[in-house]
Design a protein around this ligand. Structure first.
Ligand code: SF4
Length: 425
């Protein structure tokens, strides 16, 4: 909990109740174009959805205690109101980059939310600045707390209850002006906002009969409108620790961070305004990471190249694991030496991913590297991955030989990275 305050403003001197009209100009000054407010009463209607979510399997990124997730006053005992904010991040240039991937190059793909600066820092600073100004407005120290992915609160539901937007069947909050390409944040304050709303949940109400996002999901992770099996969502898969389950490797395509499919297919995202926020000007290297360069990077080099992006928090090893899987999906023989180097990594998930990728790429060089690695591999899971990769590569060679025998052609189908076609959260 923090305090903010300053000199009294004569216009609101003595008032401890504000309206959104009082706050909106302050929010715009600090770079928050979209705000709304709800009261700080508990979110009792979340009991069932949170229990269902838990039953489907947690990712480990969530706040563990459901009761605390439902009660804003757990986060700030003095809270009277919650200001919610939507920060648009998809610039016109970002939208262009999302559409026009340079497919001819060995480059990965990321979700458009990591093209610019890390929103946690940008957004938290702006919400903190807003708290400061509200303190100045009411002329006292206010108690406040900022929430940008850091609080127990269910940000989308808080935003929906405040009237900031609506939740679609893809589970994202849609701002009427910017669509779902918005970050969500909240500011809990001990100041009453007279016109705060308390709207009931209405997931998918604006979607009508559409269910495009649910059908387009590369892993079919939606179990019902607005509800997904979080551990199957590719955005989670790119951030998880350990060996990526086999079922998700091909759907990843070129993706090394996040997936945007359920936003890209959505008709409600067409013709929405673009962000004009310099903080989210896309960085070309973050949008299409050079996969081989990523494999060659030290952690220090990685932080220099990607440290300003929200994908840096997991560190270089996670991105390298994802790059190995992406290279397996691209099936480019020239990647073999770069991938094979990881068969000697100290990390089992990197050795396993390299083995899988070599099995997908196939060819004599890949097979030779796999056989050599099998000799010294002690980890049972990685051994199994290598053996499976050898079988995969050998079968590809047999198929290639059969094909040449039939057609006389030396053609090798490199594929096009499967699920990378449609998009990268
Ligand atoms: Fe709703 Fe269709 Fe958009 Fe999904 S794709 S959020 S169902 S409008």
């Amino acid at each position: 909990m923090r305090r903010a305050g300053a000199e009294r403003d004569p216009a609101v001197n003595g008032r401890d109740k504000l309206t959104l009209a009082d706050i909106r100009p302050l929010a715009e000054e600090v770079g928050l174009p979209e705000i709304a407010a709800t009261d700080a009463s508990p979110f009792d209607d979340l009991a069932r959805p949170l229990a269902d979510y838990e039953a489907r399997g947690r990712t480990g990124f969530e706040w563990a205690n459901a009761a605390e997730r439902m009660d804003p006053r757990f986060w700030l005992p003095e809270a009277k109101s919650i200001l919610t904010a939507a920060l648009p991040y998809l610039t016109a240039e970002g939208a262009r980059r999302m559409r026009e991937h340079p497919r001819s190059e060995i480059r990965g793909q990321t979700s458009c939310y990591v093209y610019g600066e890390d929103y946690h820092r940008v957004f938290s600073e702006r919400l903190t600045a807003l708290a400061q100004r509200i303190g100045e407005l009411v002329g006292r120290d206010i108690r406040y707390r900022v929430a940008v992915d850091t609080s127990p609160l269910v940000d989308r539901r808080v935003a929906e209850r405040s009237g900031l937007g609506w939740i679609g069947k893809n589970g994202m909050l849609f701002s009427p002006r910017y669509g779902s390409y918005v970050f969500l944040g909240a500011l809990l304050i001990d100041v009453e906002i007279e016109d705060a709303l308390h709207l009931p949940p209405a997931i998918g109400k604006h979607c009508g009969d559409c269910d495009l996002c649910m059908r387009a999901c590369p892993t079919q992770s939606f179990v019902a409108p607005g509800e997904l099996k979080a551990t199957a969502c590719l955005s989670y898969v790119t951030q998880m620790k350990g060996i990526i389950p086999r079922a998700y490797r091909k759907p990843l395509g070129r993706r090394v961070w996040g997936c945007d499919v359920c936003q890209q297919v959505c008709p409600l995202n067409r013709d929405r305004a673009h962000a004009e926020d310099p903080a989210f000007t896309p960085d070309a290297e973050a949008a299409y990471p050079d996969l081989v360069r990523l494999l060659e990077m030290s952690n220090r080099q990685f932080l220099r190249a990607y440290g300003r992006s929200a994908m840096a928090w997991r560190g270089v090893r996670t991105l390298q694991r994802n790059a190995l899987v992406a290279l397996g999906n691209l099936r480019l023989p020239e990647a073999v030496p770069h991938v094979a180097r990881y068969l000697a990594s100290d990390r089992p998930e990197l050795r396993a991913s390299a083995a899988w990728a070599l099995g997908e790429i196939g060819g004599e060089d890949a097979l030779r590297e796999l056989h050599a690695a099998l000799v010294g591999e002690q980890n049972a899971d990685v051994r199994q991955e290598i053996e499976d990769a050898i079988a995969n590569a050998a079968s590809k060679m047999r198929e290639g030989a059969d094909e040449r025998g039939t057609t006389g052609s030396g053609h090798v189908d490199r594929g096009d990275a499967g699920g990378g076609d449609v998009g990268g959260r």
